[in-house]
Design a protein around this ligand. Sequence first.
Ligand code: TMP
Length: 219
Amino acid sequence: MAEINQRAKGGKTKSLFITFEGVEGSGKTTQINMLHAHLLRMNVDVVATQEPGGTRIGEEIRRIILDPSFKEIHPMTETILYAADRAQHVYEVIKPALDAGKVVICDRFVDSTLAYQGVARRIGMEGVQNLNEWITDDLYPDLTFLLEVPYRVGLKRVQERKAAFDRLEGEASSFHEQVQEAYRTLAKFFPLRIKVLNGEDKPENIHHAVMQEVNRLLG
Ligand code: TMP
């Protein structure tokens, strides 16, 4: 897997595509809110969004994918549903915002599909990568933050704030362990794009590290 920024090939752009990744309960939402607020204070034109569910259609897809009663969803169906959510999201929200020169912060993107479906669901990294490149027209983030938290710690955090797990959160420990391992592998594959941060550190410290990277790219 070659590490290239396809969008940068097109020429000059002030836009920036930033994604946050991690196991369940890794603290992505807190960091996204902090980054979003910080950029707004700096008068940066910024959009914060999420997958699955960053569009009206995506919200419906999210409801189906995460519904614990749909136990029979095949791994391939699951993969295609995440891909459908992403296609709508990329063409309705992400690309228009990037084309308008905005900063886009996205809660999960291609690395989630590589880790969850490619590895933990055994679809295969290559198949997921090919599908993703086809549906997104080769869009990769400029910068990805991987918040590393042991999956058991993350699940405990989720348990403390929610009445019940969704379909993915409710998977077996071995599933979450594989997702965690897959993220580590991805960080090794893409060392320039993926910045690994300790998700057990204080939120303010993590935010500081995030801002250092983002400021470097914003120039
Ligand atoms: P969230 O709880 O972070 O909003 O994510 C929803 C769930 O969807 C989470 O369990 C991770 C999972 N997911 C995938 O399995 N594949 C994907 O491509 C994406 C975007 C999310």
